[in-house]
Design a protein around this ligand. Structure first.
Ligand SMILES: *[C@@H]1O[C@H](CO)[C@@H](O)[C@H](O)[C@H]1NC(C)=O
Length: 312
């Protein structure tokens, strides 16, 4: 009797963000334009930092690495979403879905640690400027980066071992445009109450903990600056407001996905747009275009390229 009713699920179907035709056209245009901007903007940041030796400092290395993770994060979900919108074919294989969840958590975990590293960098630069070069040494940067990737990997492997034994017997429709863990778990036929708790603990509390840690450290930095001299505050505020905006926009949706106690509401798949299409654009936009050193570096770089062409 059991066997007759149960069938293994070999693929999932995304329901996407909207079934309304004009809305789909709008989403297609919007996500294509944004995705192209994300690719160009983040590549520009990475190339500028790598090729301009004057930007070889911890802050810019971390920034370039953040751009790299953002680019990967968008590439993991957005091209598939665009091709689904074009073709109307919304299927994804079971393995594809698991791989997407795995990579998503590696990247998400690494980005969290990287944001902490960037806050640490700003803390040392602003509060302990005399020790900046000894504390944020090149070795320290490598350790922070290594730490970010290792922690992301461990987090994701732990997450995946939780869901290893899930059994899927249909339905196979995911009401979103990518595979995320809460929706994936809810589709399984196994009793997932404990599992949902584990996932909330692992993803939800880590993202919430990191979020508050970051916000408090930025407040701490601002208070330190303010006590020292009120004149420095506005300058520090203009640097740090960019960081704080990114932190709020990056963590907001994650916290909402994993800690929100009620059944999934449709608004969360729209919030996912923030993480895959908006934050990745903000990094190059606010860190870079408002930053004088970065703008100068881009000018130098662009004036170098014609001469490179002449040589070859
Ligand atoms: C990341 O940072 C390291 C140094 O800390 C640097 O060598 C590397 O080029 C950076 N990666 C990217 C993609 O910019």
């Amino acid at each position: 009797m059991y066997e007759a009713n149960y069938s293994e699920v070999s693929e999932f179907v995304f329901l996407g963000l909207s079934t309304f035709r004009p809305m789909q056209h709008f989403l297609l245009t919007f996500s294509t334009v944004f995705y192209v901007t994300i690719v160009l903007g983040n590549l520009l940041v990475m190339f500028t930092v790598i090729f301009d030796s004057r930007l070889h400092s911890p802050m810019y290395f971390l920034l370039a690495n953040l751009s790299f993770i953002d680019l990967c994060l968008s590439t993991l979900t957005v091209p598939k979403m665009i091709s689904d919108l074009c073709s109307g074919q919304n299927a994804v294989s079971f393995q594809g879905c698991v791989i997407q969840i795995f990579v998503l958590h590696v990247l998400g975990g690494s980005e969290m640690v990287l944001l902490i590293a960037m806050a640490l960098d700003r803390y040392v630069a602003i509060c302990k400027p005399l020790h900046y070069l000894t504390i944020m040494s090149p070795q320290m940067c490598i350790w922070l980066l290594l730490g970010a990737w290792v922690i992301g990997l461990i987090h994701s492997v732990v997450q995946l071992t939780f869901i290893r034994h899930l059994y899927f017997c249909g339905p196979n429709e995911i009401d979103s445009f990518y595979c995320d863990l809460p929706r994936f778990i809810r589709l399984s036929c196994t009793d997932t109450y404990n599992l949902e708790f584990m996932v909330t603990a692992n993803s939800g509390f880590t993202s919430m903990g990191t979020f508050f840690l970051l916000i408090f450290s930025y407040i701490f930095i601002l208070v330190t600056v303010w006590k020292r001299s009120s004149g420095g505050l506005s300058k520090a505020l203009s640097t740090l407001s960019a960081h704080i905006t990114v932190v709020v926009l990056f963590f907001g949706p994650w916290i909402f996905f994993y800690v929100w106690p009620l059944p999934t509401v449709p608004v969360d798949k729209c919030l996912a747009i923030l993480d895959f299409l908006i934050t990745p654009i903000l990094n190059p936009a606010i860190y870079t275009l408002r930053n004088k050193d970065m703008k100068m570096a881009m000018k130098r770089l662009s004036s170098q390229f014609p001469s490179l062409r002449k040589i070859s």
